[in-house]
Design a protein around this ligand. Structure first.
Ligand SMILES: [Zn+2]
Length: 237
């Protein structure tokens, strides 16, 4: 029984190491995914800001064109005012000029506001382009490092697969079946058993069963979690 227990213990150690490698492989992937998401976020932000800049510039140009049109109208109104034939015509053009002046003031204020917005957005874009370049460089470095790390982990996994095959061949088929089932359901196929307690599920075992386990005449299963129970080393003769 001693060889079976030892083989099961080794098999369990191997399977835990597999799990550790798979966790590390997953971590490498999720770290990269997070970095890529951050790069995408800044790229989208930059796209939005460039669109914002284009919109503001277009709007400002249209204001400038309107200002030019208002100036032209004002010149025409002034000329009409100069040749006004009576007070009514003169007042009418004065009102016209008043309205044009108000429009001009409004458009000027708006176009100045837009000029400020444009400078602001240009500043944001410049800053975010620096951030983007840095992050993209960082991502490229991490991708290279991750590729190396992944290759290393896969190589170790491959070596362990060979080792697992050889230890598996030492475990009796019926025990291997029980082990595999517990591994699948509980995350581990074996559990230490000390001071009458299964350390896999922390249930106290019936004293008679514990005595039998200590005798190590055969491999026992925990009646609660179904894991195969490993006997404390001191109890093994
Ligand atoms: Zn148990």
């Amino acid at each position: 029984m001693r060889e079976q227990l030892e083989a099961l213990e080794e098999l369990s150690r191997t399977d835990m190491a597999f799990r550790q490698i798979d966790v590390e492989l997953g971590d490498v992937d999720s770290q990269l995914a997070e970095l890529r998401a951050n790069v995408d976020k800044i790229r989208e932000l930059l796209n939005r800001e460039r669109q914002q800049l284009a919109d503001a510039e277009k709007l400002r140009l249209s204001h400038l064109a309107e200002l030019a049109a208002i100036d032209e109208k004002s010149v025409r109104s002034k000329k009409r005012q100069e040749v006004a034939r009576n007070a009514r015509e003169s007042e009418a053009t004065a009102r016209e000029l008043e309205v044009l002046k108000r429009e001009k003031d409004e458009r000027t204020a708006e176009s100045e506001r837009l000029a400020q917005v444009i400078v602001e957005v240009q500043g944001n874009i410049a800053r975010h382009e620096v951030d983007f370049a840095e992050l993209a460089r960082h991502l490229a470095d991490e991708e290279a490092a991750s590729a190396a790390r992944t290759a290393d982990l896969r190589a170790r996994r491959h070596t362990m697969e060979e080792a697992r095959k050889s230890v598996t061949s030492r475990v009796r088929a019926d025990l291997l079946r029980i082990y595999s089932m517990a591994l699948q359901r509980r995350g581990s196929g074996v559990a230490e058993c000390t001071q009458g307690v299964c350390r896999g599920c922390n249930v106290t075992l019936p004293p008679q069963l514990y005595n039998q386990i200590l005798n190590a005449d055969r491999v026992y299963q925990c009646p609660n979690c179904n894991r195969l129970l490993l006997v404390p080393r001191a109890a093994l003769r």
